[in-house]
Design a protein around this ligand. Sequence first.
Ligand SMILES: Cc1cc2nc3c(=O)[nH]c(=O)nc-3n(C[C@H](O)[C@H](O)[C@H](O)COP(=O)(O)O)c2cc1C
Length: 148
Amino acid sequence: MNNDFKDIMQNRKSIRHYDSSVKISRDELLEIINESISAPSACNLQSWHFVIADTLEGKKKLHDFLMPFNYPQVDTAPATIMVFGNTKSNTKSYLKYRDLWNGMVEEKKVTPEARDAAVNTFLPLYEKADRQMLVADAWLMPHSSPCN
Ligand SMILES: Cc1cc2nc3c(=O)[nH]c(=O)nc-3n(C[C@H](O)[C@H](O)[C@H](O)COP(=O)(O)O)c2cc1C
């Protein structure tokens, strides 16, 4: 494991050609995504949506959608994971948001008063949010989230 931050930053680079003989199983791809979604998200709403292109048909669809400078990456990579911000999950997620906090109360991680304070603060903000805010929120831009 490399914990040298300077080394990691200065020696990392974007990979644009992959070994296309390598196969990544669906199980492994799902494991990667399942571990990734423990990442922080605005109000913990996890407003993301993943699409995997790992079949010939899926990769062709993706290829046709992209600009030519991205062909080498997607054509040689065994799989491409596309990450989308889901704006609908924000507007429709107040039940999920309530459930989330109710679950934390049941697990005795927070008090009912803390739940009520959070739900009463953030739900109204999401319910009256305009599209620009929902897009910014789903695109994981912390400064644009009402949670910040
Ligand atoms: C918002 C954003 C969009 C990017 N889009 C592409 C892209 O479409 N294709 C690509 O190959 N690299 C893309 N990159 C990667 C940059 O081109 C790359 O990080 C930059 O040239 C520096 O090279 P390095 O990552 O090897 O240090 C993108 C980076 C950012 C931050």
